[in-house]
Design a binder for this molecule. Structure first.
Ligand code: NAG
Ligand code: NAG
Length: 565
């Protein structure tokens, strides 16, 4: 790692004016929340109520002493928490603080108080649903919903079994028990490897979108060719992948030293060969020659024959395979995978955010999923200068209001009568812009002007803003007030990028900047043609009319841009 690796951390909103504003706002919301809670209890309970506080979370249950509508049973989730014997009306705490992550992994700051503002104006059924969900996500082991209704196909168990067999074969290779192996098919292993810290002339591994494209497509290859899959980030770039994600189904941890020792210094044996595949920054045409050298009947198993394949890549080729192969689309469809769900289903199979991030994600997702909510995600990438030199950030709402115009057009076109509230979930790399956009919520005239609607609210996470490879950025931007980040700040920054991306995938529509980050969320949403790509500010007159369904950008088009797909 370069010793002169310096960068500015970004404390989100935690500076000067913003902090003051937040404190004042938080106090108002606190008192408002108290009023809401009082209002709820007086609405439902005429008799005396017995308020109980659950021990390991902050949700209050008021148990009525007579039968009422509020007394109807609550559906239990699939988590291993227990519902109270008597079901009562659920009320949320006055601030949505998350518990400290039990396993020592990252604990995010509290979900934004705007969530409580929004919940104060949804129908009571939705409030109750959210409140129950809040309790579940705060429990010791909140459920991770994956493929509950087969929406991700039927391939998971056989791949899990294959991976397990390959790991057993690896043990045999390590102990040189070749006799056992001779009876079986020859094991193959493939690893997505991110080593390099970026330096001049070497783009390193790229940002989150680059890395996810490389990692997911490498797994796609493993799945198509019966290879065991591993994923690896160097501990300094910016930290080990094992810290960022849990492994819900297969153990993709890569023991690099052991593997390289085993496969690169082999005794003369056909089992132990390795090769490096480099797909970094390849364009579509190059990918065509690298993945489909024999054209539409290419067998992916014939591509990289070594027993260990080490891949350096920031490129996707899943949708590409659907388009360029005559063989695989059929195989994939039988597995339950389509161009629309493949990227998301593979991502969620491999990578489960750690518990704190998951709780934070669910705190927003549960809101976005309510019947009474209409949601549009807005992702505005303003450029790296805002991240590394926040003190120079002078962006205003006006410079990017065309993103809001697109969101307003979507609301006008698709909002239904049951959508009582409209949420514009905003992600941006400029904390100045984020503050300015949030301030629209508090000024009715501005809200009407920019959000087009008094039911619309800008929602953000308030999490720190971070670029994955800041010293890459330092090549072309002078960092005027350098700050060396602590390990905690790095972990918080990258978790924020993951959380916000997963949430952008959860909104009904997306309005994105053209680069990889927004595209990643579009693919992860598993819904084609619900994403609108906005031009840069100097070409904003080219912005589409988002009320026109044909203006949405398709997965096929997205897969030909940036990190491909
Ligand atoms: C690719 O070739 C292997 C043998 O090398 C074979 O087992 C496999 O079925 C082939 N895959 C496809 C999709 O034809
Ligand atoms: C960075 O600052 C140095 C010295 O102030 C200047 O010479 C250089 O051109 C600047 N580089 C960029 C990319 O602005």
């Amino acid at each position: 790692m370069a010793p002169d690796y310096q960068r500015l951390g970004r404390g989100g909103d935690f500076t000067g004016m913003a902090l003051k504003y937040q404190c004042a706002k938080a106090l108002t919301v606190l008192s408002m929340a108290a009023i809401v809670i009082l209002a709820f209890s007086s609405m439902f309970y005429t008799g005396h109520t017995d308020i109980q506080y659950a021990e390991d979370n902050d949700v209050a249950y008021s148990v009525p002493d007579h039968k009422s509508d509020a007394d109807k049973p609550v559906e239990a989730g699939t988590g291993d928490y227990e519902m109270p014997a008597t079901q009562g009306k659920c009320t949320l705490p006055s601030s949505l603080a998350l518990p400290k992550s039990e396993d020592g992994s990252y604990t995010p700051t509290s979900p934004h108080y705007t969530i409580l503002d929004i919940l104060s104006a949804v129908p009571e059924d939705d409030y109750d649903q959210y409140c129950q969900g809040w309790r579940v996500l705060n429990s010791a082991n909140p459920p991770y919903k994956y493929n509950l209704n087969g929406e991700c196909g039927n391939w998971q168990n056989s791949y899990i079994a294959l991976h397990k067999k390959r790991l057993e074969q690896l043990e045999a290779l390590q102990t040189h028990s070749y006799d056992m192996l001779r009876e079986q098919d020859k094991p193959q292993y493939i690893v997505y490897k991110c080593i390099q810290v970026a330096t001049n002339g070497n783009r390193g591994c790229g940002g989150l979108a680059d890395r996810m494209s490389g990692m997911i497509s490498t797994f796609f290859h493993a799945l198509m060719t019966d290879k065991a899959y591993f994923a690896y980030w160097d501990g300094e770039n910016p930290f080990s992948l094992d810290i960022l994600f849990e492994k819900p189904h297969i153990n993709w941890h890569y023991d690099m030293d052991t593997m390289e020792e085993l496969f690169t210094n082999p005794p003369d044996d056909a089992y132990l060969t390795n090769e490096h595949v480099d797909l970094l920054n390849a364009k579509w045409a190059t990918m065509e020659t690298k993945i489909f050298p024999e054209g539409r009947t290419q067998n992916l198993s014939d591509l990289w024959p070594s027993s260990l394949v080490e891949v350096r890549s920031n490129r996707g080729y899943i949708i590409h395979t659907f388009e360029s192969s005559d063989i695989y689309p059929d195989i994939l469809h039988k597995m339950g995978l389509t161009p629309e769900n493949a990227f998301g289903c593979l991502t969620d199979f491999l990578f489960k955010p750690t518990i704190g991030s998951r709780r934070f994600i669910d705190a927003y997702k549960n809101l976005l999923e309510l019947d009474s909510i209409f949601s549009v995600g807005i992702q505005i990438r303003t450029g790296d200068n805002q991240i590394v030199n926040p003190q120079d950030d002078e962006l205003t709402v006006d410079s990017y209001s065309y993103f809001l115009t697109c969101a307003n057009q979507l609301t006008e076109a698709y909002r239904k009568p049951h959508h009582k509230r409209v949420i514009y979930f905003l992600i941006t790399d400029s904390s100045k812009l984020r503050d300015e956009m949030m301030a629209l919520n508090d000024d009715p005239a501005m809200q009407l002007k920019y959000l087009g609607n008094e039911d619309a609210t800008i929602l953000t996470t308030g999490l720190p803003i971070e670029h994955l490879e800041p010293n890459q950025v330092a090549k072309y931007i002078n960092i005027t007030e350098p700050h060396i980040e602590t390990e905690e700040e790095k972990v918080a920054g990258i978790n924020s990028a993951v959380i916000e991306n997963w949430l952008l995938a959860s909104t009904t529509y997306r309005v994105i900047s053209p680069q990889g980050y927004g595209k990643l969320a579009a693919f992860h949403s598993n819904v084609d043609r619900a994403t609108y790509s906005m031009p840069r500010p100097d070409r904003k007159d080219k912005a589409p009319n988002c009320g026109n369904p044909h203006a949405a950008i398709s997965f096929a088009d997205l897969s030909r841009l940036w990190s491909l797909g």
